[in-house]
Design a protein around this ligand. Structure first.
Ligand code: MIC
Ligand code: SF4
Length: 741
């Protein structure tokens, strides 16, 4: 498996791979070029246009996506994984009563899934991080990430590792399963957005505020098919974990990944996490771990850290950015609930030692001044290593003293595994989190909860105040002695002065021993996959319109998380949540679509099943950035399983578009976006031109008239083969059988 020695050997190959390339390069180009599976073509690659094949160094998977990825991998016919891989049990743990209780409960309720993952990991040579070991991205940062490396992960926040100068990309499970099977991995050469950082952070401003501000500038789809590359003196003032926070949330603007150049802060972090040899070797190849001086960016955004204000983004979308000085007025103007009910810090975005220590400084100051938290306060450390270190250094003491509850080192409330106390049917209310996403109903399942995203230190301050309009830069709080007091600016340690208290807690190394993997056929959590059928070689005629979605449709709308997470390894069961939260454009309602066979309205999944069982294909029509958010391929497998043949959208989010292609669902976009309006509730659609793969959509209206809709696609030759085979996996299996690894 990938050891320090292999990383050092990789560094030794960089001059030979990169010196011959003429012209200045960005950092991301250097890393991508060093991982090409074939030599760089003489005229290079056109950004945003050409596809290229890569050999990533690693694969990481979290439990909610690993189940489907591994079920697919088991069908690929390999004895062990071809590249170092890890599985992390983090998503299935509830945040309810505190770490000890929640962890115990998780082990009982998810025992079957954990055992399956552990057995598969052991057999195929995969590192296994059990429940409680930590959140995938924090654990990867502490243990596996290295400057100049390339990792893919079955989670959209995999780019977190960009904080250590690594190209780290979120993918669907089918991509992971390909790479584990030894296949090259394909990606469209990204555009490169340069973010020039000057000055340095101070006071209440935190690394998080860089990305919160940027999210406002770029919006949720502004960086689609682009990498965000940070450069400039300002980078050197941000800790490695702060850099990771910034890269993590690049997912919220659609970026393929985000990356910082290798510098002294990254070096310090590598040393602190026991990887001094890697740091020393990286020092020797510094010029390959940063951009060339005159590297060409497709767009440059300037951010002066010295004048950066804290930001609060939300509700309902992470790009609704607002500086703290404007926020109170916006809250009043828009009528957001001012009372803050719960503040939550943690998640893969903001759960480092530094985050906890800065929040603890705010809590300590408050405690000293006689202020207790006015709202409920929840803390989730990112990993067992961070937790044990924070416990040893008494960082958790002040957080608990102001009323905080420490939950397990897991995703918990961030992914809707939050058993929120009080009335589940509560009305409009506000919460503030240090997480990255705040889509509707994401945290507690309640669509009326207004979730705002901020830095952990600001979240702590707002929680103390119990009001989202509180501005700690200028407002005072009333203490238990009846005095009005200001909170001091946060201060904290980037790294533990006495080193991390532990490393690798919760990791199980694989034995690689061959063994049968059994799945109980009565299981409601796990189900072996039956391959999807191949394309019949015919145009798709007479497709029924399953749903025409109006407005935002994230993967949370297509395949909800929360309580549905328990079915992530069971395709038939999870498919019942399909498009449950998407809004039907004809009646403005959720999960209520017209079924023409039954002649009545029905749930989306139930309706799809009726069409499928009657042998009638269906189509989904949608608006912009369809499938934004998560990497969960269930959002593509469910439609495929329920007979959806094509999705026609105004635009797609990158990972989801690939997921659809991999699962054999045709992903098409409108050439003219207004044509969306041509499609009526009772229309039938044909997709023709498929034999030459030049699709055209014909809409037939109930009055007998019809209209042609020009559509575009981004399939390349290989992806067309996936479509023809019925799925990418079908193709891999055929290849594996012919080559017998
Ligand atoms: C998320 O933050 O939405 C998740 C849950 O981590 C997802 C993965 C999943 O759906 O399992 C992601 O971001 O990819
Ligand atoms: Fe887990 Fe939330 Fe991070 Fe997704 S965003 S990996 S759910 S902590």
């Amino acid at each position: 498996m990938m050891t320090d020695r292999m990383i050092i050997e990789h560094y030794a190959t960089l001059p030979a791979k990169l010196d011959a390339i003429t012209g200045p390069l960005t950092l991301v180009e250097k890393i991508l070029y060093a991982h090409l599976s074939e030599p760089l073509p003489a005229d290079g690659f056109a950004r945003g246009v050409d596809y290229a094949l890569f050999r990533p160094d690693r694969v990481a998977m979290q439990d909610a996506t690993a189940q489907m990825a591994l079920l697919q991998f088991m069908n690929a016919g390999r004895r062990t994984v071809a590249v170092p891989t890890s599985v992390h049990c983090d998503h299935l743990i509830r945040a309810e009563n505190g770490a000890a209780y929640d962890l115990k409960l998780a082990k009982t309720t998810n025992g079957e899934v954990y055992n399956f993952l552990a057995d598969v990991a052991d057999k195929y040579g995969i590192d296994f991080w059990g429940p409680g070991a930590g959140i995938i991205h924090q654990v990867v940062l502490e243990n596996y990430a290295f400057p100049g490396g390339m990792i893919i992960g079955t989670d959209s926040h995999t780019p977190n590792a960009g904080g250590l100068a690594m190209v780290a990309i979120g993918v669907g499970g089918a991509d992971a399963s390909d790479v584990m099977a030894g296949l090259d991995w394909e990606l469209k050469m990204p555009r490169v957005i340069g973010v020039h950082l000057t000055g340095h952070l101070s006071g209440w401003a935190a690394a998080k505020d860089v990305i919160l501000k940027l999210a406002g500038i770029l919006t949720v789809k502004g960086a689609t098919n682009a990498v965000i590359e940070y450069f400039g003196d300002g980078c050197r003032s941000i800790s490695a974990t702060g850099k990771a926070t910034i890269c993590n949330m690049g997912a919220e603007v659609g970026a393929t990944c985000s990356i910082f150049p290798y510098d002294g802060k990254i070096r310090e972090y590598l040393v602190a996490t026991g990887r001094e040899a890697v740091a020393e070797a990286a020092d020797g190849v510094q010029q390959y771990l940063e951009a060339d001086r005159d590297a060409r960016y497709d767009q440059v955004i300037e951010i002066d850290l010295s004048t950066l204000e804290p930001y609060i983004n939300g509700p309902f979308t992470p790009d609704a950015a607002c500086s703290i000085s404007d926020f109170a007025a916006v809250v009043k103007e828009k009528g957001y609930p001012e009372l803050l009910e719960v503040g939550l810090i943690g998640s893969c975005t903001n759960s480092s030692y530094e985050d906890l220590s800065r929040s603890a400084s705010v809590a300590r100051d408050a405690e000293k001044k006689g202020i207790r938290s006015a709202a409920q306060f929840i803390i989730t450390p990112g990993s067992e290593s961070v937790y044990e270190t924070a416990a040893r250094d008494e960082i958790l003491v002040p957080l608990r003293a102001i009323g905080g509850t420490v939950m397990a080192n897991a995703c918990g409330a961030c992914i809707g595994q939050w058993k929120r106390s009080g009335d589940p049917k509560r009305g409009a209310n506000s919460i503030v989190t240090s997480f990255n996403r705040n889509f509707v109903a994401r945290n507690d399942g309640n669509p009326l909860t207004h979730a705002f995203v901020a830095s952990p230190e600001l979240t702590t301050a707002l929680t103390l105040a119990g009001r989202i309009t509180f501005n700690p830069l200028k407002d005072k709080l009333l203490n238990d002695r009846g005095q009005w007091v200001m909170l001091d600016e946060p201060c904290g340690a980037e790294l533990p002065a006495d080193g991390y208290a532990s490393r690798g807690a919760g990791r199980v190394l694989p034995s690689g021993q061959d063994r049968p993997i059994t799945i109980d056929s009565a299981s409601e959590r796990l189900q072996l996959l039956t391959p999807f059928g191949a394309w019949d070689g015919q145009d798709m005629k007479g497709l029924a319109l399953l749903i025409k979605v109006s407005g935002k449709c994230t993967t949370d709308h297509i395949s909800a998380a929360g309580s549905w997470l328990r079915f992530r390894g069971h395709l038939a069961n999870i498919s019942q949540n399909m498009l449950m939260a998407a809004v039907n454009s004809f009646n403005g309602e959720k999960d209520k679509v017209f079924n023409r066979i039954k002649g009545e309205y029905d749930r989306v999944s139930a309706s799809a099943m009726v069409y499928r069982d009657a042998g009638l294909g269906t189509i989904v029509v949608a608006e912009e950035n369809y499938g934004e958010g998560s990497s969960r391929e269930h959002a593509a497998m469910e439609p495929r399983f329920l007979g959806v043949r094509a999705v026609l959208a105004k635009s797609f989010a990158r990972i989801h578009e690939t997921n659809l292609k991999k699962q054999g669902v045709l992903a098409l976009t409108f050439c003219t976006k207004q044509d969306y309006d041509l499609i009526g509730e009772h229309d039938t659609l044909d997709v023709v031109g498929l034999t030459s793969f030049e699709p055209l959509v014909v809409v037939h209206h109930p009055d007998g008239s019809s209209a042609e809709i020009k559509v575009a696609h981004t399939y390349n030759r290989q992806q067309i083969e996936w479509f023809e085979a019925g799925s990418a996996l079908n193709l891999i299996r055929a290849k594996a059988q012919s080559q017998m690894y």
